[in-house]
Design a protein around this ligand. Structure first.
Ligand SMILES: Nc1ncnc2c1ncn2[C@@H]1O[C@H](COP(=O)(O)OP(=O)(O)OP(=O)(O)O)[C@@H](O)[C@H]1O
Ligand SMILES: O=C(O)c1ccc[n+]([C@@H]2O[C@H](COP(=O)([O-])O)[C@@H](O)[C@H]2O)c1
Length: 221
């Protein structure tokens, strides 16, 4: 029997700014799935929210400061340099072309993002391109979260749901795995608000990222 391939992780976000909530779920995914590589992908121009207050380049620079010494996380700037809206389906299509048809790809999203998946461009094509791992997030009702899913998403979830992380190495795409991760009630919104009120977000994000925010006077009002 051929040896299963190590899945490749993919984690996109606005990262305005990146914080320990993001970094912790990325680390837990790496450990649980035995990933050798996770692409950390700051969004360029997001289709789904107002233009972030900080440029994609600066959000990417903060993400780089957060992961530059990590042995398995690579900062992937393909969305930062893309013209126009950044759709995840396009990013996954490009990664699928890079890695070939057999490589298991695993897209990491938080539970709040997964609940909004039907609003994503060509959302049902995402399941053909990658597995989706859904990290629990404080504030999202995880024990009854199926009740919060729109019916079409629930149908996909019930069809694709699996609880065995090892199963993701056995197919290139198509499964949905909920992941009970350490719950860190941190959001970029809260960090931006703290800075605006001259309160320190220290210990919610890496020191190097906080220094960058201070040096560039980000989020001050
Ligand atoms: N504390 C957290 N725990 C689990 N998942 C998280 C956490 N923070 C963010 N995520 C997930 O990380 C991805 C990127 O999130 P994003 O960059 O929008 O951060 P955010 O903190 O939600 O930002 P904002 O407050 O600006 O909306 C999303 O899939 C989101 O669900
Ligand atoms: O492709 C889409 O239509 C789409 C719609 C909403 C969100 N996304 C992606 O989901 C990821 C998390 O988004 P956010 O807003 O929680 O930072 C990020 O990589 C976005 O590009 C993608």
């Amino acid at each position: 029997m051929p040896k299963p391939l190590h899945p490749v992780g993919i984690f996109g976000g606005t990262f305005n700014p990146i914080h320990f909530g993001h970094l912790r779920i990325a680390q837990e995914l790496i450990d649980i799935l035995g990933l050798k590589r996770l692409h950390l992908i700051p969004t360029g121009t997001p289709p789904h929210r107002a233009e972030p207050s900080v440029t994609a380049r600066q959000r990417a620079e903060m993400a780089m400061l957060a992961v530059q010494d990590h042995p398995h996380i690579v900062l992937d700037e393909r969305e930062v340099v893309r013209e126009g809206f950044c759709y995840t389906v396009d990013t996954l299509t490009a990664l699928r072309a890079d890695y070939g048809p057999d490589q298991p790809l695993v897209l990491l999203v938080g539970a709040d993002a997964f609940l909004g998946l039907m609003g994503w461009h060509r959302w049902s094509a995402l399941f053909e391109l990658a597995h989706i791992v859904v990290a629990h997030r404080p504030g999202v009702l995880t024990h009854t979260w199926q009740d919060a899913m729109p019916i079409e998403l629930l149908r996909e979830y019930e069809h694709r749901h699996c609880d065995d992380a090892a199963a993701l190495a056995l197919a290139p795409a198509g499964r949905v795995l909920p992941l009970a991760v350490t719950q860190l009630d941190i959001s970029s919104t809260a960090i931006r608000q703290m800075v605006a009120k001259t309160r320190s977000p220290r210990y919610l994000l890496p020191d190097a990222v906080l220094r960058y925010i201070e040096e560039h006077s980000l989020y001050v009002e």
